[in-house]
Design a protein around this ligand. Structure first.
Ligand code: ZN
Length: 108
């Protein structure tokens, strides 16, 4: 069974409400990829990633251009930092927020 799972994200400075995510799990159980994750911040800001967990990191591979962002987990499995520019500047980002929600929802 590969039912999509979805949830909401807390508001950010730029996106006050309606942020959400959806994960379509990979149909191939042998694939290292968890599936396809879409993060919606607004109608115009909807980005899909291939997601995999590897070496204490949750990797987000942007499907549109292949760019990869890595969210690092600490020893207790909490997300602590991300390699994207957004995190670099404001110390939080949608990848980190999404990983938090995925863990809270038992997806990761
Ligand atoms: Zn990020």
């Amino acid at each position: 069974m590969c039912l999509p799972v979805a949830g909401s994200l807390p508001a950010s400075k730029t996106h006050k409400a309606g942020r959400r995510w959806a994960l379509l799990p990979s149909a191939d159980a042998t694939s290292p990829s968890l599936g396809t994750l879409t993060i919606v911040q607004s109608k115009r800001d909807t980005v899909s990633y291939g997601v995999a967990v590897e070496g204490g990191q949750v990797l987000f591979c942007k499907l549109s251009d292949g760019e990869v962002y890595g969210v690092t987990l600490d020893r207790s499995g909490r997300p602590v930092c991300c390699t994207c520019d957004g995190f670099h500047f404001v110390k939080r980002c949608k990848h980190l927020d999404t990983v938090k929600e995925l863990i809270a929802d038992g997806v990761l």
